[in-house]
Ligand binder design. Sequence first.
Ligand SMILES: [Zn+2]
Length: 321
Amino acid sequence: MRQSADLERPSCRWQAKLLIVISLCGLSGCATTPYRFGAAQWYRTSPELEATTASQPIERGRPNKVLDTFGWVWGIPNKIILWDRRIDNHRIGPQTEAAVADYLAKNELSSVKVRLNQYHPGDDWRRLAANDSVGAGWRYTLGTLSVLGETILPGRLFGGDHFNPYTNTIHIYSDVPAVAVHEAGHSKDFAQREWKGTYAAVYLLPGAPLYHEAQATNDALGYLLTESDEQTQKDAYEILYPAYGTYVGGALGGFVGGNVPYAVAVLGGHAFGRMKSSQLANGTLSEAQQVQSGRGSDIKTTVSTEGVGGQTIEHVGVEFP
Ligand SMILES: [Zn+2]
């Protein structure tokens, strides 16, 4: 239980100050520009996982009115916190799908699976067993717990976009391209780590998520400033900043207690994100000015749908120059 008396302890006050400094530093660079695209040779991945992912990197759950309505209602608090009705709406449109497909192709992340509002625990367990790029000791302990959590508390019902490093899988329930790219940013961060299981376990330590989340958000912002349209870039600032605020608030709350730090951090994220977004709109955002006009990649992603025998089949194509 949290106690407000904790605030009086000098060490706690010191920790809280340090945390604010760390979290501000985490985002002070904001977008990493000019953006550095990832390359397959940087990554340590599982060849077995890569082989099984290649045939169908992105899968989609079949729409279900009852499940998806429950999920939409359950996600109302998250919609309010991030102030966007597309959060946990369980209806992923082609723009979000193309954004994540594009990001993964351009960063050469070929062993990452994407599930769009899909519950497929059987395949998640198979991927956990196959993913030998994460040490077996971590996979069969924390990895097993994480997949067990996804199996008994399905995101299909309870939402929560996330990346699972043990199965190397992105789970998306919100129709926001910037959020999908942020989750893909986690996959790029993990792909470069040698000790993936340890890096994942560190996330459980108080305050540690601030580092992981800043890595994913900075990469997503850098990528989107380089590759996406202005509306997606504005979304990125207006949603990813308050989302980061939830982690700052969670960490502060853990040290000083109470709900006030959480509210302050989230509202601060909204204010800061909207400031960045308006700088982007009026051309004064310094990160945007650093984006080189020469794009790093000419790979294009296309999404098309086709009706066959009463079923809709989706094609995601990647065109290389
Ligand atoms: Zn994240």
